[in-house]
Design a protein around this ligand. Structure first.
Ligand code: WT7
Length: 646
């Protein structure tokens, strides 16, 4: 596919969309020339209890690094997502819930959402949860997961949602990492017909979290679970005993809304902190423009609420816009590979947002699984999480969208809170594989490794040179690490960790991470986390983990393992180690390849040369570069000889 393939905006779409190309260019120009005026205007899109007078106070360094938006305004996120719509939309559907089993679904109106959320908010209060407390949510994709998030926002508690696929250890680390003493979970989750032991995992995690005094448990499957009378509370009983009126707490714009742990290139997962006012302005505004959301549209984002995509584009963005948002409990290929498209037909979905890894997996299942569904209600298709290869893009466009739907390839991160680089449906001619152009107010900058800005068509490290309202504010409890990670690589710039090319039309093409973070099926994994799980095994002396190209997952996990003296490699031990990592972190961290390494390529000072390990994993050992600085160059020959990825 050459860069020359361009899909222009269909005429009728440009006419009916919020913005066409001239309007995009004009608004973008305004947003860059006078950000204060632009964001003052758009800050009004949410309801403020007390209007802001200050718009922006940002310093990317040197000196005290801080990011503040709409600082003197007060509001409440839950009020904006629910109460504000009640006069006009009380009986409109807020949430369509589609169960794992196709026979189960539910429609929840804004009125019902209000009552359910308020009751649970009161139930939390009754257990002593208050403004500023951190609450951990470890749940399946059921309506209660969204109620729990919104209830926290309502009373000013700070939620930390932990993906239900994480292990007890990973959960414990995240509970400790934000010092929460309340956890919300379910007896079991249900995914692809299989049960996930969420309560049992929680019990296990809490063995090392003595400060947790309350666990709310939703009954999802009715499966057998252990019960601790002092600590555990059934969701239903607590809500039945609670009032359905609960005033929304008045929050300052910069009060924390949530923490979300994500992987970094080193050390433990980082607690990314987002705040209230700016986040909500940005999440709702991007949801409106990027998905060209109009009143009455049925919108479906297939992510899990355990990731930022679920926060911004299942819950907060859509609900703040009064949308109908679909919450799906299941997986793309259960009971069949037609499930996504069947759900689109069943609920008349207009806007569909998913990940390249799902597209590639479904592409493999052949045309028939798609063609036997109608998909006629779909108007717009979105993708997020990793670079989409042009082949998958074309399949999405031609087969799923029958050439009729624009595709929005949206680039962003947990840290950015919302979409930063993306097409706008009525405004942007598309190039398959490119996230195209910046959203309003976003100033991308490509720099070389010395931080020198690069002009025109070029390739470099992707930075953003000015703030936008949805940006993260700090890492929970570790502002120093925040400054170090994001603002110290290049002076005065937010560094994304991504590599990127800009073409002659000013279009951006994300090339992937340039740090030690890998992207497996759109999930972020720190290679250091997988390594530390491996060396925690009694038989492992050392390990190095790198990413390698994987047909479905985008990147796979390739682990090199050195055993302790006296330990013998075997297929059995390989299986044991793979299972071990799944147990330590969760299934998303499962190594795809595990190679025995009698030695790792290290410099004389002991630093592992990952560049070489990446090349071997990629099966590209012809271009290893200079290996003469290695302490023992012969280890490379052994690794090549025994590589897994032949
Ligand atoms: C990393 C962020 C943002 C929600 C999902 C992932 C990669 C994300 C794209 C895209 C190319 C993408 C980047 C980024 N990424 N979207 N459209 N094209 N790469 O959030 O877990 O914070 O991961 O995902 O490498 O840095 P995340």
């Amino acid at each position: 596919m050459s860069d020359a393939t361009v899909f222009p905006v269909p005429e009728d779409l440009a006419q009916n969309a919020w913005v066409d190309e001239p309007r995009y260019l004009e608004m973008y120009q305004q947003s860059i020339e006078d950000p204060e005026a632009f964001w003052a205007e758009h800050g009004k899109r949410i309801h403020w209890f007390k209007p802001f007078t200050k718009v922006k106070d940002v310093n990317y360094g040197p000196g005290d690094v801080h990011i503040r938006w709409y600082e003197d305004g007060t509001t409440n996120v839950c009020y904006n997502a629910i109460d504000r719509h009640l006069p006009t939309k009380k009986d409109d559907t807020a949430i369509i819930w589609e169960g794992d089993d196709p026979s189960e679904h539910e429609y929840i109106t804004y009125g019902q959402l209000h009552d359910n959320v308020s009751r649970f908010a009161n139930a939390m209060k009754a257990r002593g949860v208050k403004k500023g407390d951190r609450v951990t949510i470890y749940m399946p994709m059921i309506p209660e997961a969204t109620y729990a998030m919104l209830a926290c926002a309502r009373i000013g508690a700070v939620h930390s949602v932990v993906f239900g696929g994480f292990s007890p250890d990973a959960l414990a680390g995240r509970i400790q990492g934000c010092e929460s003493n309340c956890v919300i979970t379910a007896d079991e989750g249900l995914r692809g017909g299989r049960k996930v032991p969420l309560k049992a995992n929680t019990d296990k995690a809490l063995e090392s979290c003595p400060d947790v005094d309350t666990v709310f448990v939703v009954k999802r499957t009715g499966g057998d679970i252990d019960w601790n009378d002092k600590r555990d509370v059934w969701w239903d009983e607590a809500c039945a005993a609670a009032d359905k009126e609960c005033p929304a707490e008045e929050m300052k714009a910069e009060d924390p809304l949530f923490i979300l742990f994500t992987s970094g290139s080193t050390g433990k997962p980082k607690g990314v902190l987002h705040t209230t006012g700016g986040y909500l302005v940005y999440a709702s505004m991007t949801h409106k423009y990027v998905f060209d959301y109009h009143d009455g549209d049925i919108y479906w984002c297939t992510a899990d609420v355990g990731w930022i995509t679920g926060h911004s584009y299942i819950v907060y963005g859509p609900l703040t816009n009064g949308a109908t948002t679909l919450v799906f409990e299941g997986v793309p290929n259960y009971p069949t590979a037609s499930r996504f498209w069947e759900v689109c037909d069943k609920h008349k979905v207009n806007i569909f947002y998913t990940a390249p890894t799902a597209i590639r997996a479904l592409m493999r299942e052949g045309l028939e699984a798609v063609k036997r569904t109608s998909r006629s209600t779909i108007r717009l298709l979105g993708t997020v999480g990793e670079p989409i290869n042009p082949e998958a893009w074309m399949w999405y466009h031609q087969v799923v969208g029958e050439g009729r739907c624009q595709i929005v390839d949206t680039w962003w991160q947990t840290e950015t809170g919302g979409i930063l680089i993306t097409p706008l449906p009525g405004a942007t001619p598309l190039k398959p594989g490119s996230a195209t152009r910046p959203f309003f107010g976003v100033k991308p900058l490509l720099v070389d490794n010395d931080g020198k800005p690069l002009e025109g068509a070029t390739e470099g490290n992707l930075c953003i040179s000015d703030s936008w309202p949805g940006q993260m504010r700090t890492l929970y409890g570790d502002h120093e690490r925040f400054v170090q990670t994001y603002f110290s690589t290049y002076d005065g710039l937010y560094f994304t960790g991504d590599g990127c090319r800009r073409d002659e039309d000013g279009y951006y093409w994300i090339t992937g991470r340039v740090d030690d973070v890998i992207n497996v099926s759109g999930h972020r994994m720190g290679t250091a986390e997988v390594e530390s799980a491996l060396v925690a095994h009694a038989k492992v002396a050392e390990s190095a983990v790198v990413g390698y190209p994987h047909d479905i997952k985008g990147q796979g996990i390739y682990a090199y393992v050195t055993l302790n003296a006296g330990e013998e490699p075997s297929d059995e031990l390989r299986k044991e180690l793979v299972t071990w990592v799944r147990k330590e972190i969760g299934p998303i961290a499962t190594p795809d390849m595990l190679q025995w390494a009698p030695g790792l390529p290290k410099t004389r000072s002991g630093k592992i040369m990952r560049r070489i390990l990446r090349k071997i994993a990629e099966n590209d050992y012809g271009s290893l570069g200079d290996t003469s600085t290695l302490a023992d160059p012969s280890v490379v020959d052994d690794l090549i000889e025994n590589r897994m990825n032949k």
